[in-house]
Design a protein around this ligand. Structure first.
Ligand code: IVH
Length: 683
C-alpha cells in the first residue's frame, strides 16, 4: 500500500467509526455489532501502526488508552462548579417556583427539566473544536486533570466536525452504564476479584485510574447538560444550548423536557419516577432549571448554588421485609452463593423476592438470624442487596443462619480454602449444575457463540445422554437433534412438559456448532471455563503463549511472568491442565477443528485457502459479506469480483444472480454453498 492509499484508507476508517459511534450513542440505533466495530477499529490500529505519520490525535484508536498518569495535575476551574439546592418534597418545589417568580417579578417563564444523573461531574474544554482538557469537579473550585482517561469515553467527541466557537466549556456527568457495570462485575467474579460496590463509586474510581487502557475497558459513558459559551453566545436560553450540544455531536440524554409551568414540572417528575429505572444511567432525581439565560443571570447565585435551578430528589429506594429462608446456589465452577429469599416487597417499581448474600462473610457481617426483618436496597445493581438487620424486631430465640457444610445438589462436602471468601463443591464431574453451567458458559456469545442451543436444549441433551460435556457437542449429528424430545420444567407454571426439537432448530444448532470452529483461540480459551480465567485474562494468556500446547506446557514461573497474571490464576491454570478429563476434552475439541492457535497479527489465521480465489454472490445465513471477505483473507485466500477461467470457487448464497451462475457453469467453476465453505475452513 502506498502512503497516499494508506492515508485515504485511514481517513475512511475514521469517518466510518465516527459514524457508527454517533449511531450508537446519539441516535441509539446501531447498525453494526460491537464485535464488528471492534474489528474495524483493530484494522485502523494496524494501519496506523504501519503508517504512524497518519496517527491523528482525534482518531478513534486513541480511545483504547495506554497513557499512564502517575499524578493527576490539579486545575482551577474558570467558573466554579457549584452544587444544587435539594428538595424531597413537592410543597418545597412549589415554594421555590414562587420565589423564582417573585425574584423575576413575573410569571412569564419556562422551566427546563432534566434527570439528575448519578455519576461524576466533568468539565470539558474544547479549543478549535478539539478536546483539550477534561477536569473532575473536585471541591468545586479546582479538580483533577483526567484528560487521558476522558479520551477513552467513546461518547465524548475528540474533534467536532461542525463550525464551533474557538473556545468553550461543556459540563456533564460521566457514568458507568448499568449493563457495563454488570459485565465488569461478572468478569471480576470469574477472575476471583472483589466486586465493584456501585456504578457511581466505580465511575469515580475508574476516572482516577493511572492506566487509561483499563479505563477504556470499562466503557464509561457521559451525558452533557451544560454549555458555557465565551464572548458572544449563540443561545439565549438553556434549551438552545442543549440543541447546540446535540448538533455538535455530544451525548445528551433525550429525557429532557421544556415545561411552561410548575404543574408540567410535577407531571415530568411523576412520569420519570418509575421510567428512569430503564435508563442506562442511575438517576436520583430531577434537575429543574429556569430556561431563559437572562432570567438565570437576574436570579444569580447564593454562596453555594444557583437560585435559578433546584434538584428534586426521589425518595431513597429501600424497604424493610422479612427474611424467609436462605438457599444456596451452585455455579459452574462449583462456587456456592447464598441467596436470601424474602417476603415479596415493592422497591422502585419492581417486586423484590430475592437478594444475593455473596458469601459466608456477608452472612456473618450482617449477623443474620432466621426470620429477621432486613433492610433491602435497590442500588445501582439490578440485583438488590440487604444492607442491614432491624435487631429490635428480632424474635428472642431465633437461630443464627448457619452456612451449609455439604453441596445442596450432590451432597459432597464443601471446601473453603484459606484466604478465599467462597465455599466450593469440588465434585466437578458429578454435580449437575456444574456440568450444565460449564456447557452454558462454553456456548455463550462471548465464547463459542452457539447460543441457538439454549439452556433448555442442553438440559434435554444431558437428560437423553446425548452429551456429557461440551466437547461432545462436536459429535452431535442432525439426526441426534431433529425431533429430540425431553422433559422440561417451567418455573413459571411449576409443571413439567414434554418438548421436542424442530427440524429448523436442529439445523441452526448444527450450523452454529460448525461455525464455532472459526472462533479465535482467545475466545476458545475463555470458553474452556478455567477458574479465574475471564475474557481479559484469556486474551492475555492467548497473546502471550500463542497456542494451547504452549500454555499447557507452561510452569508456574512462566505463567506469573505474564503481565497481570498472579499466583491464583497461575495455580488454577496448572490445576486445569493437570486433570485428565480436561486433557481429553481438549484433544476431542482439537480433532473437531476448534482453534487452538492464535491468529497472526495481520489477521491471517491459516493457509487453508492459500492461492485460492473466490467470487461471493447472494446472501448468506451465518456470515455477512464483509465477514466472508475477512474470513477468506484470514485463511490466505483472495476475493475477486468477476468470474473468469482463473477463478477457483463461486461462493453462492440465496438469491444469487442467474447470469453469474450461468457463467460459472459454462466455465466449469466449482460452485460451493455456505456450508461447504465452513467445512472447507474447518478442515
Ligand atoms: S446542572 C450549578 N444538570 O448534580 C449546578 N447537574 O448537585 C449545575 N448533576 O455537580 C448543575 N445531573 O454533578 C445539572 N442534569 C443535570 C445533572 C446535574 C446530575 C449533578 C452534577 C452537579 C450536581 C449538583
Amino acid at each position: 500500500m502506498t502512503e497516499a492509499q494508506a492515508q485515504k484508507k485511514i481517513q475512511a476508517l475514521i469517518d466510518d467509526l465516527d459514524y457508527h459511534n454517533e449511531l450508537y450513542y446519539q441516535k441509539d440505533s446501531p447498525e453494526i455489532s460491537d464485535y464488528e466495530f471492534d474489528q474495524r477499529l483493530e484494522k485502523l490500529i494496524a494501519l496506523e501502526n504501519e503508517f504512524p505519520q497518519f496517527k491523528y490525535p482525534h482518531s478513534p484508536s486513541q480511545r483504547v488508552g495506554g497513557t499512564i498518569t502517575k499524578n493527576f495535575e490539579t486545575v482551577k476551574h474558570k467558573h466554579p462548579m457549584l452544587s444544587l439546592g435539594n428538595t424531597y418534597s413537592k410543597e418545597e418545589l412549589i415554594d421555590w417556583d414562587n420565589r423564582v417568580k417573585k425574584g423575576l417579578g413575573t410569571d412569564q417563564l419556562a422551566y427546563f427539566c432534566e434527570l439528575k444523573f448519578d455519576g461524576v461531574a466533568l468539565s470539558l474544554w474544547y479549543q478549535n473544536g478539539e478536546l483539550v482538557r477534561a477536569v473532575t469537579r473536585g471541591d468545586g473550585t479546582q479538580g483533577d486533570d483526567i484528560t487521558a482517561n476522558a479520551r477513552t469515553i467513546r461518547s465524548i467527541p475528540l474533534k467536532i466536525k461542525q463550525q464551533v466557537p474557538e473556545m468553550f466549556e461543556v459540563r456533564g456527568e460521566a457514568f458507568f452504564p448499568k449493563h457495563e457495570f454488570e459485565r465488569v462485575n461478572l468478569e471480576r467474579k470469574e477472575e476471583g476479584k472483589d466486586l465493584l460496590a456501585n456504578p457511581r463509586n466505580a465511575a469515580s474510581g475508574t476516572l482516577k485510574m493511572q492506566d487509561s487502557s483499563l479505563v477504556a475497558h470499562r466503557k464509561l459513558d457521559c451525558y452533557l447538560y451544560n454549555l458555557i459559551e465565551e464572548g458572544h453566545p449563540q443561545s439565549t436560553c438553556h434549551s438552545q444550548s442543549i440543541g447546540l450540544l446535540e448538533k455538535w455531536g455530544f451525548h445528551v440524554s433525550s429525557t429532557y423536557r421544556k415545561c411552561r409551568n410548575i404543574d408540567e414540572v410535577l407531571d415530568y417528575i411523576q412520569e420519570w419516577e418509575i421510567k428512569r429505572h430503564d435508563l442506562p444511567s442511575d438517576t436520583d432525581g430531577v434537575v429543574i432549571k429556569v430556561d431563559d439565560l437572562n432570567q438565570q443571570n437576574e436570579l444569580g447565585f447564593t454562596a453555594k448554588s444557583p437560585r435559578w435551578a433546584i434538584a428534586y430528589k426521589y425518595q431513597a429506594e429501600s424497604a424493610t421485609t422479612r427474611l424467609e429462608t436462605v438457599t444456596f446456589q451452585v455455579g459452574r465452577t462449583g462456587s456456592v452463593t447464598p441467596v436470601a429469599n424474602l417476603s415479596p416487597v415493592l422497591i422502585a417499581g419492581t417486586t423484590v423476592k430475592r437478594a444475593s448474600l455473596h458469601n459466608a462473610n456477608e452472612i456473618e457481617r450482617l449477623d443474620l438470624h432466621e426470620g429477621d426483618m432486613v433492610f433491602v436496597e435497590k442500588g445501582g445493581e439490578i440485583i438488590p442487596k440487604i444492607t442491614g438487620v432491624d435487631e429490635t424486631a428480632r424474635a428472642q430465640n431465633s437461630k443464627k443462619i448457619e452456612y451449609i457444610t455439604h453441596c445442596p445438589e450432590c451432597s459432597s462436602e464443601l471446601i473453603r480454602q484459606e484466604g478465599e471468601a467462597n465455599h466450593y463443591c469440588l465434585n466437578a464431574e458429578g454435580c449437575p449444575p456444574q456440568i450444565l453451567g460449564r456447557i452454558e458458559h462454553f456456548i455463550q456469545r462471548k465464547a463459542m457463540d452457539i447460543d441457538s442451543l439454549g439452556s433448555e436444549t442442553i438440559r434435554g441433551l444431558l437428560q437423553r445422554n446425548k452429551i456429557q460435556h461440551f466437547s461432545d457437542l462436536y459429535q452431535l449429528t442432525f439426526e441426534d437433534l431433529n425431533g429430540l424430545s425431553f422433559e422440561s420444567f417451567s418455573e413459571k407454571k411449576g409443571e413439567v412438559s414434554i418438548r421436542s426439537l424442530r427440524e429448523k432448530s436442529a439445523k441452526n444448532i448444527i450450523d452454529a456448532i460448525e461455525t464455532s470452529k472459526l472462533v479465535p483461540f482467545e475466545r476458545v480459551l475463555f470458553a474452556l471455563g478455567i477458574r479465574y480465567v475471564g475474557q481479559t485474562v484469556a486474551e492475555k494468556l492467548a497473546r502471550h503463549f500463542k497456542s494451547i500446547d504452549a500454555l499447557a506446557k507452561a510452569n508456574f514461573e512462566n505463567l506469573i511472568a505474564v503481565d497481570e497474571i498472579g499466583d491464583r490464576i497461575a495455580e488454577s491454570v496448572l490445576a486445569f491442565f493437570a486433570e485428565t478429563q480436561n486433557q481429553e476434552a481438549i484433544s476431542m475439541l482439537r480433532k473437531a477443528g476448534v482453534q487452538f492457535l492464535i491468529s497472526e497479527e495481520e489477521g491471517v489465521t491459516g493457509t487453508t485457502l492459500e492461492g485460492k480465489s473466490f467470487v461471493i454472490s447472494g446472501v448468506f445465513e451465518q456470515f455477512s459479506r464483509d465477514e466472508l471477505k475477512d474470513t477468506i483473507k484470514a485463511h490466505g485466500g483472495k476475493v475477486v469480483s468477476s468470474i473468469s477461467t482463473k477463478l477457483d470457487y463461486l461462493l453462492a448464497g440465496d438469491d444469487m444472480g442467474p447470469a453469474k451462475k450461468e457463467k460459472a457453469l459454462k466455465l466449469e467453476i466449482t460452485i460451493i454453498s455456505e456450508r461447504d465453505f465452513i467445512q472447507m475452513i474447518a478442515d
